[in-house]
Design a protein around this ligand. Structure first.
Ligand SMILES: Nc1ncnc2c1ncn2[C@@H]1O[C@H](COP(=O)(O)OP(=O)(O)O)[C@@H](O)[C@H]1O
Ligand SMILES: N[C@H](CCC(=O)N[C@@H](CS)C(=O)NCCC(=O)O)C(=O)O
Ligand SMILES: [Mg+2]
Length: 499
């Protein structure tokens, strides 16, 4: 930011400013300059702020912390200060959010594309085949979803090599941290207001983040579109949830701002208490449900028995607004992400050339395992690739030598299992210095970050009611870690400092 201000003082030639903008972010923390005493003060203020503002998670050493609110809470893992991020890439990520929202909706309407794209994955991956089974049942019934609510998060890394913003993945189900994304932004703004002078940082450079209210408002509008004043919003949750407060933030806004009641049910509870009536209404425990918001159901672990699959099917068959519908869920799989990267496929869904260009600009290299050239290259240089199964929730990817091992194994075992994976270009973001705060202790470390941009989409038949970028989440992890993910225990919650 210091350099940025200097630049503002003299009328820099455009070239210089733009080249400054394209520069990789300057560290805003000169580690050597700070004394531990000052950092400890920042840490103390950050921990108090987090505790007072509900930026808390369940403490896994406390066995009731995943079921009983208020018991065994721990501050969420956070970065002490925001991470520098070039404003030009921030603008690009925000601008493309509504385009990705529209793309997901268009894909969801093309049942044949979904079934065809995943037809071989169906044979190689049981979990995906179960989801596809529900999807094909809906196609057979010609089930229409007139009211469609998407609450997405598109994740990006800034590739240092190519100086380009590349999409890691598009999440269309159970996107974590719409509650906490906003809170971490407010925490960092608060810390910079108190200590900004000493740090030489301006709190105005941390972009406003209304992720919680924008997601809750979208759910409230979907509730209105369903038009049953007695109906509730149902949050489908995991029986044991360490991240319940992030979820409760949305329920709290629904109640306080919109006077809408939410209920929390596991898939097993939906199976026992749920019913779909003649007119399509879903009732659970006798209460009519207008919107089903999944914060579970995205991983095989959420389906320990047939009961959970029955519940998923029951919900899908109802007239409730599913967030996501099975089609939206499948549109966000990694296999579909890889299919979309093939030449001409985006054009199948988007007629606006500029939109297609905006989407394609942030595609990393994505391949199926049916491309011998790529397989050969990945076996030679596995460190340049990430191999991904059709899984969500973190901790599932294959890196480095394991990529080579797995590719050789698949060659030996025959091509059947190939369709269960995709290959992706490995992205190498710039490393920056961060203070990571976990369990009340800070660690200075080299880290890399991943910017998640939330997108909300609400449509009723031909009427698009909401299509917006709705806040952001920065996740920062030690650069030595291949995997990411806060819930998975690798990353911390962060925000950005525009430079
Ligand atoms: N192409 C990539 N290059 C570098 N890191 C990646 C890449 N893809 C994924 N990762 C890392 O792995 C983590 C999980 O990958 P992701 O595709 O987001 O799977 P999940 O659905 O489990 O979150 C990401 O948060 C990121 O840290
Ligand atoms: N416990 C569930 C966790 C839900 C979950 O894992 N969601 C995936 C997308 S599917 C996700 O957003 N992962 C990135 C967040 C991270 O880094 O941990 C919840 O919070 O409702
Ligand atoms: Mg992810």
């Amino acid at each position: 930011s210091f350099i940025f201000h200097l630049n503002l003082r003299k009328p820099a030639p455009l070239r210089c400013a733009s080249s400054l903008m394209m520069e990789s972010p300057k560290p805003i923390l000169d580690f050597e300059k700070f004394d531990d005493g000052f950092v400890q003060k920042l840490v103390y203020d950050a921990l108090v702020w987090s505790s007072l503002h509900g930026l808390v998670v369940g403490d896994k050493t406390h066995q009731r912390s995943g079921t009983v609110p208020g018991v065994g809470m721990m501050h969420a893992p956070i970065a002490l200060l925001p991470t520098p991020f070039p404003e030009s890439y921030w603008n690009q990520a925000c601008e493309v959010a509504p385009v990705f929202n529209e793309l997901v909706d268009r894909i969801s309407l093309d049942g044949k594309f979904i079934q065809d794209s995943l037809s071989r994955t169906k044979k190689a991956d049981v979990f995906t085949s179960r989801l596809l089974e529900i999807h094909s049942k809906m196609l057979e019934r010609n089930k229409r979803e007139d009211i469609r609510l998407g609450l997405h998060r598109s994740d990006y890394m800034l590739d240092e090599e190519t100086k380009s913003l590349l999409q890691i993945e598009m999440n269309t189900i159970s996107c974590s941290f719409p509650g906490f994304g906003r809170l971490v932004t407010e925490l960092h703004q608060s810390l910079l207001r108190s200590h900004g002078d000493h740090l030489g940082l301006d709190s105005e450079r941390v972009p406003r983040n209304a992720s919680t209210s924008q997601f809750a408002d979208a759910m409230a509008k979907a509730w209105l579109e369903y038009n049953n004043p007695r109906a509730v919003v149902m949050v489908v949750v995991q029986p044991d949830e360490r991240n319940m407060y992030d979820q409760h933030w949305l329920s709290s806004v629904l109640r306080e701002k919109h006077n809408i009641v939410t209920i929390r049910k596991s898939l097993a509870e939906v199976e026992t208490e749920g019913r779909v009536h003649e007119d399509g209404t879903l009732t659970v425990g006798g209460q009519a449900v207008s919107v089903v918001y999944y914060r579970s159901g995205y991983t095989p672990r959420d389906y320990p028995s047939e009961s959970e699959w029955n519940a998923r099917l029951l919900i899908e068959q109802s007239s409730a607004v599913k967030c996501p519908s099975i089609a939206y869920h499948l549109a966000g799989t990694k296999k579909i992400q890889q299919e979309l990267a093939k030449p001409g496929v985006l054009e199948r869904f988007m007629d606006n050339k500029d939109d297609v260009a905006k989407l394609r600009k942030c595609f990393a290299g994505l391949w199926s395992l049916d491309d011998p050239e790529i397989i050969k290259k990945a076996i030679e240089k596995p460190e340049l690739f990430v191999m991904k199964p059709q899984r969500e929730g973190g901790g599932n990817n294959i890196y480095g030598d394991d990529v080579r091992e797995n590719l050789l194994r698949l060659q030996r075992e025959g091509e059947e299992e190939n369709a269960a994976y995709i290959l992706m270009q490995r992205i190498f973001p710039k490393v920056s210095n961060v203070f990571l705060l976990r369990d009340g202790v800070y660690h200075k470390d080299q880290a890399i970050s991943e910017l998640g941009v939330y997108g909300a989409y609400l449509r009723n038949k031909e009427r698009v009611i909401i299509n917006e970028q709705s806040g952001y989440l920065m996740r920062t992890k030690v650069s030595s870690s291949d995997e990411g993910g806060v819930a998975a225990g690798y990353a911390v919650l962060d925000s950005i400092y525009l430079n």
